[in-house]
Design a protein around this ligand. Sequence first.
Ligand code: HSE
Length: 437
Amino acid sequence: MSPVKVGVLGLGTVGCGTLNVLLRNADEIARRAGRGIVVTHASARTLDKERPCDTSTMRLTNQPMEVVNDPEVEIVVELIGGTSLARDLVLQAINDGKHVVTANKALIALHGNEIFNAAQQKGVMVAFEAAVAGGIPVIKAIREGLSGNSINWLAGIINGTSNFILTEMRDKGRDFDSVLAEAQELGYAEADPTFDVEGVDAAHKLTILASIAFGIPLQFEKVYTEGISQITAEDVAYATELGYRIKLLGIAKRTPEGIEQRVHPTLIPHRRLIANVDGVMNSVLVNADAVGSTLYYGAGAGAEPTASAVVADLVDVVRTLTTDPENRVPHLAFQPDAISELPILPIEQITTAYYLRMMALDKVGVLAQIANILSECGISIEALIQKEISGDAEKVPVVMLTHPVQEMQMNQAIERIQALEGIAGAVTRIRLEDLSN
Ligand code: HSE
């Protein structure tokens, strides 16, 4: 059979990684797919540039729509990122009856419902494994490997840049800005690095994971999103003293009232495997009714790890080119007419434990007042650290862990604690997840 002709949009880090993997492993890929896969046409913003990949065998253009409209191209691989031009290109490709592979998490999180609907109508595939956790085949694991289960919750370290920063802060006491600069140099960070450190990139990925876990539409706008930019070196140290690690987690959880979708820094017991996922690595822990907990770990960013997922999607598409469109694996794991409208809970309605840190004046009764407020709000204290006052400082840090409570109750307690005369400044709150069952 003749090879399948592929068009690639974007020859950046992942684009070049994809060309290199396709070339290096061409024989094995053809044996797996049943046909060869060749890139015949590619687009890049700048054409006359040295690249770490061989483009001599393909046509090159700086007009991505030319690749989409090339009648020879059967599969379009979208690797340009962003949501505006990428959406137009992907919808055009679908409209032309072409299959699409994309690594674009923002595109799927924001426009996936529209894109999948168009693909369904046209009977084409849109594959997006590389959009979540780089090279880890977690979408395939949830959508296919766990399809006999009812998923209870999942929690993932799904932004390598944030994890790299938190790890370096903890292990080497490095400052935030220098670690971020290194992540940018290594090609891990987003074009706009605030997407990494403010949790937006993780929220894009969590939106996708929540949909395929629970069979709900993609609802990025309903993800509670908080990044790591407010985490201080002292919070990292206190968490360690209490037996925890701070990680930026994306959490999706089924509750009787609805679905929790949230991204925020989280304390995790240090003995959990996922608490030991360090550096740029990603990991997703999925808890499901039949299998229990399963953990997926690997490189979440970088040229070839991401290319690994892109090429696997290409192989999937090539394998199904001849099969019945009605019987393909559904985009969001559940059949389009079986997507459910479970409510997504606002952050005030989620339930979790908390780490609280506050600066208290070293006066009689302040601790009693704090304990009193927490008790009146129905919040039980799990652990407490009060440091000795150092030198002639007037304030002492009080750090505590609470048992799980609804966020709404915690908001009321924090507001009342901050209003106490004996408390200086804002109370730092980091949510804590036990992740045991
Ligand atoms: N900026 C992302 C990260 C790249 O740091 O994880 C992979 O999506």
